[in-house]
Design a protein around this ligand. Structure first.
Ligand code: ADP
Ligand code: TRP
Length: 323
């Protein structure tokens, strides 16, 4: 049984990219693995500077994940900030992390390129993420392709720590599904909260419909075959099995299919796929105290694992003293 671990930032609405890139796989993994999953609110603090927004988004992200199928009974599911030991480990491992390694971070460089004035939290983001994984002995880390470099950094940091101070940490493996590396947004670029191109999972129906109707398509007329690599077909395929994909492909490649119809049908499919999750979410919204209770017991479970790894790291570095 492997320890599978991942986290998601509570920094906005969840979208199809998050779901297919990471959440759906985490939910499936919990059946046969020792699953650890956290809502990383310390990470979100690097960009969200409104206390009400951060605290509301944090609980909302947890509710949404549970509504989608995360089971706090089967898994260890918690809010990162409820296990603050992660910040102590961040400090310990910072001392074996090269500044150059952080400066080469593409996600960091992207944010600079988009004009964000960086704070030290943003610069140290990958070290905090490494700490998330190492503090709980994560072996397999399901993420989207954009997190691949952060995982490589985590492995580098863990190896450097082990070489310097002795074997403390497990070296984690990334788990990136080929087919789901990059879920396209409505404009055909990577779907991301930062690009204003998302299809949200839990918005109201009208809003979801509007977003789906706005997916870019080319001007191929109805009576001509369509390019099956277009974003609309990529998105639709996420909801289909192999046979469904073949069927859609043959329809797309024959004349007669209109993009408007494909969009309407995708909208129905999306609503259908998330119908149970949407009603579960409505129910959970009326029982927030129960959710908070589940998160606190998740934090207690996570803390006991964290205590073990942290103590090993404190001993290995000499921070624990006197025997
Ligand atoms: P965003 O880019 O919207 O800010 P996050 O960085 O919070 O999304 O991503 C949370 C998780 O979802 C990560 O594991 C990330 O790799 C995955 N993910 C986000 N967008 C996509 C996408 N378009 N395709 C595949 N995976 C994605
Ligand atoms: N950086 C990740 C993202 O933006 C979120 C994250 C934080 C994470 N800690 C993690 C992912 C630990 C996997 C494991 O998506």
């Amino acid at each position: 049984m492997k320890r599978v671990l991942s986290g998601i930032q509570p920094s906005g609405q969840l979208h199809l990219g998050n779901y297919f890139g990471m959440m759906q796989r985490m939910i499936r993994y919990q059946e046969e693995n020792d699953l650890f999953c956290c809502i990383v609110n310390y990470h979100a603090l690097t960009t969200v500077h409104d206390a009400n927004v951060l605290s509301e988004n944090t609980l909302q992200a947890a509710i949404d994940f549970i509504a989608l199928g995360m089971d706090p009974e089967k898994s260890t599911f918690w809010i990162q900030g409820d296990v603050p030991e992660v910040t102590e480990l961040t400090w310990l491992i910072s001392n074996v992390t090269g500044v150059g390694l952080m400066e080469r971070g593409t996600s960091y460089k992207d944010k600079l390129a988009r004009g964000l004035t960086p704070n030290m939290g943003l610069f140290n983001y990958p070290i905090l993420m490494a700490s998330d994984i190492l503090l709980f002995g994560g072996e397999l880390v399901p993420v989207g392709k954009d997190q691949k470099q952060h995982l490589e950094m985590t492995r580098d940091i863990a190896q450097k720590f082990n070489q310097t101070f002795g074997d403390v940490f497990i070296i984690p493996e990334p788990d990136i599904a080929e087919k789901l590396q990059m879920v396209p947004g409505t404009d055909g670029q990577k779907m991301s909260k930062s690009y204003d191109n998302i299809i949200p999972i839990f918005d109201d129906e009208k809003e979801i419909k509007k977003k789906i109707m706005s997916i870019v398509t080319d001007s191929t007329p109805v009576d001509e075959p369509k390019d099956f690599s277009a974003p609309i077909f990529q998105l639709y395929s996420l909801f289909l099995d192999e046979m469904g994909i073949e069927d859609l492909k043959s329809k797309a490649e024959k004349p007669g299919l209109g993009f408007g119809d494909v969009k309407s049908s995708l909208y129905e499919t999306v609503m259908d796929h998330f119908a149970d999750a949407r009603s579960k979410r409505d129910a959970l919204m009326n029982h927030k105290d129960d959710v908070i209770g589940m998160l606190k017991s998740g934090a207690a479970k996570a803390s006991s694992v964290a205590a073990e790894y942290l103590e090993k790291a404190r001993k290995a570095t000499g921070i624990s003293y006197g025997g």
